[in-house]
Design a protein around this ligand. Structure first.
Ligand code: ADP
Ligand code: MG
Length: 606
C-alpha cells in the first residue's frame, strides 16, 4: 500500500542538475563562479568539442583542503552560507552548494586542488556520474583545477538535446564574457580545441571591454556614473551610432553578478529613444552596487534574474544617468570649451544684467472668436502627443509637421519685426534660432528653440510637482464646442487640469474656459485648448504622470513658439540658464538640443 520512497542522493542530484546544468555553458558558468569566489587572479578555461568532450578550468584561488575536496561534491555542501541571515549578506556568486554535486552527477569529473596554506601535496578526486572513484594525494599547484568530461553521458536524452558545436560554444563564450567583463581585475584565457579565443590580462573595465569587443569599440564607450544612498551605478554605454541590429552587448551586473532585467532594460531603451533607429540595440555595460539585503538573488536557480526592492527608484536613476551621459557625450566639446572666449560676447555687454526672453503679443488676437474642434476624430497631433508619454515609443514626425506651418509663419513674422541691423549685429544667431559657437573640436550649434522648450518644461514640471501652475483669469471666457466624449475627458482630468491652470465649467454643448495657465499668451488660447483636448481624449486612461507630461509638453510647445533670443547679452544668460537644466542635451520631445560640426566634418565639405 505504501508507495512513497525517498530518492537516492544520486537521483536527486541528477534532477537538480536538470535545473542548474542545462548545457556545457552552464558548467563553465558554475566553475568560473567558483574560481572567482575562491579569489582567483588568473583563470584558464580549455574547451574541447564545445564542451561535449571536456571542460577544464584551472584557477589560482584559495584551493581546498583534502577534507573540503571530499565534501564539495555533496549536495548542499557550501562554504558560503552558514545561517539564514547570511543569505541577505551574500558577497559570493554561489551559495546553494548545488553546482558541483549536480555536475558530478551527470559527467566524469576530476578535481585537483591544493589549499593555499597546504605545502607538499594536494588532493585528487574523481567522480563518475555522482559516484566517488578516486580520492588520493597528488602533486599539483596551489589552487584548483576541475575537468568535466563526457557531459550527460548518463542522461542520453539531454546529450541528444544539445545543439551544434557552434551553438553550444556560443553559449560557453557568452557565459565566459559575462564573467570576465565583471571581473576585469582577473586575467582569463579561453581556448577551444587548442585554439586561443581570449587571452585577457587584468586591467580596468574599459580595457576589458575593448579586449573582448575589439580595439575599435574604445571610442564608442561613454562612461556613466551615479551615486545615491540606495545604489551606485557605473560602467559604460555605447554611443548611439554604435547601436547594432542584433542584441548582444547588453550587460547588467549587480554587485558584479550578471543579471537580466527587462524593466531596467526598458530604462536604457528609453534613454536611447529617438537617438537610434528603430529595431537597433544600444550596447551597455552597467554595474549596480547595492546593499545585498536589498536584492533577492534567490528567485532563479541559475540566478540571472534578480528582484530589487527599490526597482522603481533605480529605474529613474538609471534613466537619468544615461541621459546625462549621452548629453555629455553629445556636447563633449563643451567640456573643453570656455564660454567666455568661445562666445566672444562683446565687452560692452559683459556686465549688463540678463534680459528676460521676450514674449510677443499678437495684436490681431480676437478673444471672441469661436474655436472649432473636429468632433469625434483624433488628430495627428493627438496621436503624436500620446506617443510622447512615459514608456511609450515616440514618433515626433507628426508632432513636428503639425507645428511646421506655425513655425514658418512665425519665422516670417520675426523677420519683419527684427530690423536687418539687429540681426547682423548678432553674428552668432542663424535664422533667429540656431546659435553657433566656436569650440575646440569645431562648431557647436544650439537650437535655441528646443533649448527653450527644455527650460520651460523643467520649470513647469518642477513647479507642478510642488504647487499648481499660476493661472490667468480670462476677461472673456472661451466658449468651446466639444462632443460628449471630449467633455467627459476634460471632466475626468479636472483636478490635474486645474493644477495646470485650466479652470472651466460645463456648458450644454461644450465648455466655458475661465482661466488658462498664465504662461499661455492669449493669442494661443485656442490652439492650446485644442491641443489639450486632443491629448485628453486620445489617451486611454493614461497614468497621471504620463498625462501631466503630455499636457505640460503641450503647453511648452505653444509657449515656446513665441520665443526668440535677440541680443548678445541675452544669449549669454540664455546659455547659462540652459546649462543649469539637468538634461540640457535633449528637448522634452527627445530631440537633440545641440550638435557639433567637427573640424573633420567641415574639412570634408571643402
Ligand atoms: P557553492 O558555490 O554554491 O557554494 P558549489 O557546489 O559550486 O557550491 O561548490 C561547493 C563548495 O566547494 C564551495 O562552497 C567552495 O567551498 C568549494 N569550491 C568549489 N570550487 C572551488 C574552487 N575553484 N576553489 C576553491 N573552492 C571551491
Ligand atoms: Mg558554486
Amino acid at each position: 500500500m505504501d508507495i512513497i520512497n525517498l530518492l537516492s542522493e544520486q537521483i536527486s542530484n541528477q534532477i537538480a542538475a536538470g535545473e542548474v546544468i542545462q548545457r556545457p555553458g552552464s558548467v563553465v558558468k558554475e566553475l568560473l563562479e567558483n574560481a572567482i569566489d575562491a579569489g582567483a587572479k588568473s583563470i584558464k578555461v580549455h574547451i574541447k568539442d564545445a564542451g561535449r568532450t571536456s571542460i577544464l578550468i584551472k584557477d589560482d584561488g584559495s584551493g581546498m583542503s583534502s577534507k573540503d575536496a571530499a565534501l564539495c561534491f555533496t549536495r548542499h555542501a557550501t562554504s558560503k552560507l552558514k545561517k539564514v541571515d547570511d543569505l541577505y549578506q551574500l558577497q559570493t556568486k554561489g551559495f546553494r552548494g548545488e553546482a558541483l554535486a549536480s555536475i558530478a552527477s551527470i559527467a566524469h569529473v576530476t578535481l585537483k586542488t591544493k589549499h593555499k596554506d597546504q605545502q607538499d601535496t594536494g588532493t585528487l578526486i574523481e567522480m563518475n556520474g555522482g559516484t566517488p572513484m578516486r580520492n588520493e594525494e597528488c602533486i599539483c599547484e596551489h589552487g584548483t583545477s576541475i575537468e568535466v568530461k563526457n557531459i550527460f553521458f548518463n542522461v542520453p536524452a539531454r546529450r541528444t538535446f544539445l545543439k551544434s558545436d557552434n551553438a553550444e560554444f556560443t553559449h560557453i563564450r557568452n557565459e565566459f564574457e559575462r564573467i570576465c567583463i565583471a571581473h576585469f581585475e582577473t586575467s582569463f584565457i579561453l581556448t577551444h580545441n587548442g585554439n586561443e579565443v581570449y587571452n585577457l590580462n587584468a586591467g580596468n573595465l574599459r580595457k576589458r571591454i575593448t579586449d573582448v569587443l575589439g580595439k575599435k569599440s574604445n571610442e564608442n564607450l561613454v562612461p556613466i556614473e551615479e551615486k545615491t544612498d540606495i545604489v551606485t551605478i557605473s560602467g559604460f554605454i555605447g554611443k548611439p551610432e554604435s547601436a547594432k541590429k542584433s542584441r548582444g552587448m547588453q550587460y547588467f551586473f549587480v554587485n558584479n553578478r550578471f543579471f537580466k532585467h527587462s524593466y531596467f532594460h526598458h530604462a536604457v531603451s528609453k534613454a536611447f529613444e529617438q537617438l537610434i533607429p528603430e529595431k537597433s540595440h544600444p550596447s551597455y555595460f552597467i554595474f549596480f552596487k547595492i546593499d545585498t539585503a536589498k536584492i533577492d538573488v534567490n528567485i532563479h536557480p541559475t540566478k540571472t534574474e534578480i528582484n530589487f526592492e527599490e526597482g522603481k527608484f533605480i529605474y529613474t536613476i538609471l534613466l537619468s544617468s544615461i541621459k546625462q551621459a549621452l548629453g555629455k557625450y553629445n556636447i563633449s566639446p563643451s567640456l573643453d570649451f570656455d564660454m567666455e572666449t568661445s562666445f566672444d560676447v562683446p565687452l560692452s555687454h559683459k556686465n549688463e544684467p540678463p534680459v528676460e526672453p521676450e514674449i510677443k503679443i499678437d495684436p490681431s488676437y480676437n478673444p471672441f472668436s469661436k474655436f472649432e474642434t473636429k468632433k469625434g476624430t483624433s488628430s495627428g497631433t493627438n496621436k503624436a502627443l500620446n506617443k510622447q508619454g512615459f514608456g511609450q515609443k515616440s514618433d515626433t514626425k507628426e508632432w513636428e509637421n503639425f507645428y511646421a506651418i506655425r513655425e514658418e509663419q512665425k519665422e516670417g513674422q520675426t523677420q519683419l519685426i527684427e530690423s536687418e541691423d539687429d540681426y547682423s549685429k548678432n553674428k552668432y544667431l542663424v535664422k533667429n534660432r540656431y546659435l553657433l559657437s566656436n569650440v575646440k573640436s569645431g562648431i557647436l550649434i544650439i537650437d535655441t528653440h528646443r533649448a527653450k522648450q527644455r527650460m520651460l518644461y523643467d520649470e513647469m514640471m518642477s513647479t507642478f510637482v510642488t504647487k499648481p501652475l499660476s493661472a490667468q483669469k480670462l476677461m472673456f471666457p472661451l466658449q468651446i464646442e466639444l462632443d460628449q466624449n471630449e467633455i467627459d475627458s476634460w471632466v475626468e482630468s479636472k483636478t490635474l487640469l486645474s493644477q495646470l491652470g485650466f479652470h472651466f465649467t460645463i456648458e450644454t454643448e461644450g465648455l466655458k474656459i475661465e482661466s488658462l495657465p498664465s504662461c499661455v499668451a492669449e493669442k494661443d488660447s485656442n490652439i492650446c485648448v485644442q491641443n489639450i483636448t486632443n491629448s485628453l481624449s486620445g489617451t486611454e486612461q493614461p497614468e497621471r504622470g504620463e498625462l501631466a507630461h503630455a499636457l505640460i509638453s503641450n503647453l511648452v510647445y505653444v509657449v515656446s513658439n513665441n520665443f526668440h533670443v535677440k541680443s548678445d547679452h541675452e544669449i549669454e544668460s540664455f546659455i547659462n540658464q540652459l546649462f543649469t537644466c539637468e538634461d540640457h542635451s535633449f528637448c522634452p520631445f527627445g530631440k537633440p538640443i545641440m550638435q557639433t560640426l567637427t573640424i573633420e566634418e567641415l574639412t570634408t565639405k571643402f
